[in-house]
Design a protein around this ligand. Structure first.
Ligand SMILES: [Zn+2]
Length: 261
């Protein structure tokens, strides 16, 4: 079985990219089948086999970090090793080096892939609600500009499968944090009333939040695409931490620049 990757036409032909689903892996339930996360109890030999298949599909072993729901985006350079980079705490990676694969782990949070066809730089970002409201996407845009001379209005962005507003019901502390980052969140449907009518609860749309923050960082809204899926609703295709707790797997979003090394 080949390993299917969900892709966006916004990213463009100059980059290899994709978001994994549950399909195409070797893991047994509840990690079936393509669990790429090593922390939650899956058989390490299965995780290694799944990572090998992903590396084969995208042309290299993805660089990853220790994700901590922060706003640090780290630049990867030609001579860096995946093992060394993996020891650093960060929630995003960027590079301009061809064939160097950048990856983020997710299981409800939003995986975000950014590409710049003009300069060739790209980034992979992990944006859960904490990273989103802390501004990891504006930080990624700022860093691509500072490090590579990327212009925000040249950037192409794909937001990957994540927990949808249908399933992301939150309490007052999250509503407060979202409103602090996006004062007009309700006007833009980033925060919606609880569908169950629960007092003090609200539903948050992480894709909408990140679209808005990208637009405010100068990214053309027409250059931003979102894979329309809810990880919690769609058990067949996706792992979901909110649905299954720690007895679930992790997906990855990956991107690499094509071209001569
Ligand atoms: Zn849902």
């Amino acid at each position: 079985m080949t390993l299917p990757l969900l892709q966006s036409d916004r990213i463009g032909a100059g980059f290899v990219h994709g978001f994994t689903t549950r399909a195409g892996g070797a893991s047994a339930p509840p990690y079936d089948t393509l669990n790429l996360g090593g922390k939650w109890g899956d058989d390490p030999s299965h995780v290694a086999e799944n990572r090998r298949r992903l590396a084969q599909a995208v042309g290299g072993v993805p660089f990853v970090t220790r994700q901590v729901h922060g706003t640090v985006v780290r630049r990867v350079r030609r001579d860096d090793s995946p093992a060394e980079v993996a020891q650093h705490e960060a929630d995003g990676l960027c590079t301009e080096v061809p064939h160097l694969v950048l990856g983020v782990f997710v299981a409800d949070c939003v995986p975000v892939l950014i590409a710049d066809p003009r300069t060739g730089c790209c980034a992979a970002v992990h944006a859960g609600w904490r990273g989103t409201v802390a501004g990891i996407l504006p930080e990624a845009v700022r860093l691509l500009r500072a490090e590579f001379g990327a212009r925000p209005d040249d950037l192409r962005v794909a937001l990957g499968p994540a927990i949808g507003p249908c399933c992301f019901e939150v309490g007052p502390e999250v509503v407060e944090a979202v409103t602090a980052a996006i004062p007009d969140a309700r006007a833009h449907d980033v925060i919606r009333p609880s569908a169950r009518g629960l007092a003090g609860k609200a539903q948050v749309d992480l894709h909408a939040a990140n679209r808005l923050l990208l637009a405010r960082a100068g990214v053309d809204p027409a250059a931003v695409d979102a894979i329309a899926a809810c990880t919690r609703c769609d058990r067949e295709r996706f792992f979901s931490f909110r649905r299954d707790g720690a007895a679930t797997g992790q997906h990855m979003g990956v991107i690499a620049r094509r071209g001569s090394p």
